[in-house]
Design a protein around this ligand. Structure first.
Ligand code: ATP
Ligand code: MG
Length: 425
């Protein structure tokens, strides 16, 4: 089978050609081959070669010895980076993750054999000819995820492959081959050897993929999350178990893919699982989420919990005031993100009616101002006017003014604002 090269492969072609001119074997491997077969855009280009790392270093002007001990050199051409890795075989694995040593070999076959799944164990030569010794094309056609070689051995060697398996199942909408799936259930306890940072990367890719709900179902079915190196709060464990069992899970998360940003998908997951704010923050911390992301996600859970308190509010004006006050405190963006999340969770026990969401949405878009900066007076104006020393009362009073303006009860005009503030004094 012959493939035509798309852009990232075309620009990497000179690397393969140069290695070949120097009588080394060199081919494209990994995700780039898989994704070009599927007609998808290529994220990163990996090249495998019989040249040893020091020989690769000699052939290219701009290189970074990124993973010299594993035989990987990053070659830079026109500002773009490509990973060139020497064909290798891995020795016995240490702690179910890292091979104790790697041995360079001269044969491509041996290198493909160490790769995780058949669809990741294909090679593409410089003339576009596909080399597929383990039936990756057929598996991709039948949408099957299959380990290369004996699945039991492969997951025991490197437990991270179990999470990669579920990620590929979700992203490429595959079904695992029977033996591959059985081996995952059998060896899931080995996940305790995997660093939480790696778990986070895989879960994040799963959730960001084309079929996050599929990845969630398979994650739940695999039971992998009960074997993490660091457990979640008990509350989280409980809801994950329930979510795994519940027949509604699939329906509840069936619209998750409609949320563009992965952090909104995480927030939808936490809300759907009915996690408390504390459990959400703790789970994100266990997963080593950076603070900024953790804040974004958990603030949507906070908004949700506050809105749950107003769900029964029958007084339209009070409901609107409560909502606008949330928008003022959290910002327009998080508020509309929460609305987007709620629209995808329409089958959830947590859901709000679409009529209510529409009203909240239109109140949000009608807001003429939502930040203190937009208010026509400053804190200093206020304390001068009232002849009182600045203190916490200033921001409390400004926020109250802001809410009144946002509700359309007060004009955003210096005189009107100061007049109102003095009435409250
Ligand atoms: P993506 O880049 O989309 O995450 P990928 O398949 O390219 O997917 P990489 O982590 O970039 O994944 O790895 C490149 C290739 O290296 C894989 O396609 C696979 O052949 C091999 N590989 C990566 N991780 C493992 C692993 N844990 N076990 C075996 N082979 C692996
Ligand atoms: Mg890759």
């Amino acid at each position: 089978m012959r493939l035509s090269f798309t852009e990232p492969l075309k620009s990497a072609l000179p690397i393969v050609k140069r290695l070949r001119e120097h009588h080394f074997e060199a081919v494209f491997v990994g995700g780039a081959v898989r994704d070009s077969l599927l007609g998808l855009s290529i994220k990163d280009v990996d090249i495998a070669t019989s040249a040893r790392p020091e020989q690769v270093l000699e052939l290219f002007e701009r290189c970074i010895p990124t993973g010299l001990q594993h035989g990987t050199i990053t070659v830079i051409i026109d500002g773009l980076t490509y990973e060139v890795t020497t064909f290798r075989q891995e020795s016995a694995y240490e702690a179910h993750r890292k091979p104790e040593s790697v041995r360079y070999i001269t044969e491509l076959d041996g290198d493909l054999l160490r790769r995780d799944f058949t669809m990741n164990a294909m090679a593409l030569a410089e003339d576009g000819e596909l080399y597929d010794p383990y039936g990756g094309v057929q598996d991709l056609q039948s949408k099957t995820l299959r380990s290369v070689g004996d699945p039991d051995a492969r997951f025991q060697e490197d437990a991270l492959r179990m999470l990669r398996a579920i990620r590929f199942i979700g992203v490429y909408q595959l079904t695992p081959a029977y033996r591959t799936w059985r081996a995952i259930s059998r060896h899931r306890a080995l996940l305790k050897f995997i660093a939480m940072e790696r778990v986070q990367v895989e879960l994040d890719k799963m959730l960001a993929g084309a079929a996050p709900q599929r990845a969630l179902q398979y994650t739940a079915a695999s039971g992998l999350l009960y074997h993490l190196k660091e457990p979640f709060l008990e509350e989280t464990e409980f809801s994950l178990k329930e979510a795994g069992r519940s027949a509604n899970t699939a329906r509840q998360y069936s619209c998750l893919h409609m949320l563009g940003a992965v952090d909104l998908r995480w927030a939808a997951l936490a809300i759907g699982l009915q996690l408390s704010v504390e459990a959400t923050q703790q789970a994100l911390q266990v997963l080593r989420f950076p603070n900024s992301r953790s804040k974004t996600i958990s603030s949507l859970v906070v908004i949700h919990k506050e809105m749950l308190n107003h769900l029964e509010q029958e007084d339209e004006h009070k409901l609107k005031a409560a909502w606008l006050y949330i928008v003022i405190r959290f910002g327009k963006r998080p508020a509309s993100d929460w609305l987007a999340v709620m629209r995808t969770l329409h089958e959830s026990p947590q859901s709000f009616s679409s009529g209510l969401l529409n009203r909240l949405d239109s109140w949000l878009s009608d807001m003429t101002i939502s930040t203190l900066k937009q208010l026509e007076i400053s804190g200093r104006d206020l304390s001068n006017h009232l002849q009182r020393k600045a203190g916490p009362w200033v921001s409390e009073r400004l926020n109250r003014l802001l809410l009144s303006v946002a509700l359309g009860e007060l004009e955003n005009d210096k005189h009107a604002l100061l007049h109102q503030a003095s009435k409250w004094d």
